[in-house]
Design a protein around this ligand. Structure first.
Ligand code: NAD
Length: 253
């Protein structure tokens, strides 16, 4: 394997694991994140990793980011749209601002980044090109008190399947990976918000969530990254338009 891989939100959690595994598999990896100090820490901890500060909600900045990456590093072969946020609450308490921010961060950004990469690095449309979107089992099954998040992730799955079929004649594959519960900083903040909503301690929420997972535990970022790395490689050249769960049995379709 080789070529350039771009991982959005690659400074933490699932995105950081993807960056490390893609690098181990032979890709040159560029990561992005919003927070400069987190980005600096992520890059400093892994020789060879490069990165840029970027907010995926900012269309113009996304366009400029892709221009810079292609100028500095050459064409992008693998795009992992990973940046995302949680967000929800009882439906009547969800403000327009929260709704739009979750939709922009988790769904519109996937469109903006992918469109920029396809326009500015058109050679991704080849039999070794890969677009991998991190969705969620929540986008298939729905998460209570997670309407904006579930809607955004369902949108990512629809976007993935439509684009996969549109671009299939070129050989590029487009897939979604759907994690269930994965132990990352985002998982901690999700548990904290459910604990607050339900008026119970966080460890009780953890127990409740674990009891829903047939394997009885959260997945790890490395387990999700292993699926992403497999999809990025030559053995996965015939897998496209799929939304593949990595979830300990939580999702069944
Ligand atoms: P995380 O909080 O550890 O990482 C999220 C990353 O996205 C960070 O690098 C953050 O800087 C980046 N990010 C967030 N908003 C951004 C923005 N506006 N612009 C640029 N970067 C931004 O979370 P994670 O759990 O590793 O989540 C990664 C992806 O996996 C997300 O898309 C998330 O929805 C998805 N996911 C996570 C879980 C889970 O249980 N952790 C489950 C299903 C899906």
């Amino acid at each position: 394997m080789g070529g350039l891989a771009l991982v959005t939100g690659g400074t933490s959690g699932i995105g950081y694991s993807c960056a490390l595994q893609l690098q181990n598999a032979g890709f040159d990896v560029v990561v992005t994140g919003r927070d400069e100090s987190k980005l600096d820490r992520a890059i400093a901890s892994e020789p060879g990793l490069t990165g840029y500060v970027n907010d995926v909600r900012d269309r113009a900045a996304v366009h400029d980011l892709v221009t810079t990456i292609v100028t500095d590093h050459g064409p992008i072969e693998v795009l992992v749209n990973n940046a995302g946020r949680g967000g929800g609450g009882p439906i009547t308490t969800i403000t327009d601002e929260l709704w739009l921010d979750v939709i922009n961060t988790d769904l519109s950004s996937v469109f903006w980044v992918t469109r920029s990469v396809l326009a500015q690095s058109p050679s991704i449309q080849s039999t070794t090109g890969r677009i991998i979107n991190i969705a969620s089992t929540g986008g298939k099954q729905g998460v209570p008190f997670g309407t904006p998040y579930s809607a955004a992730k369902a949108g990512v799955i629809g976007f993935t399947k439509a684009l996969a079929k549109e671009l299939a004649p070129s050989g590029v594959t487009v897939n979604a990976v759907c994690p269930g519960y994965v132990e990352t900083p985002m998982a901690v903040s999700i548990r904290e918000s459910y604990a607050e909503m339900q008026g119970v301690p966080e460890h009780q929420v953890l127990k409740e969530f674990e009891s829903k997972i047939p394997l009885g535990r959260y997945s790890t970022p490395d387990e999700v990254a292993a699926m992403v790395t497999y999809l990025a490689g030559p053995s996965a050249a015939s897998i496209t338009a799929q939304a593949i769960n990595v979830c300990g049995g939580l999702g069944i379709y």
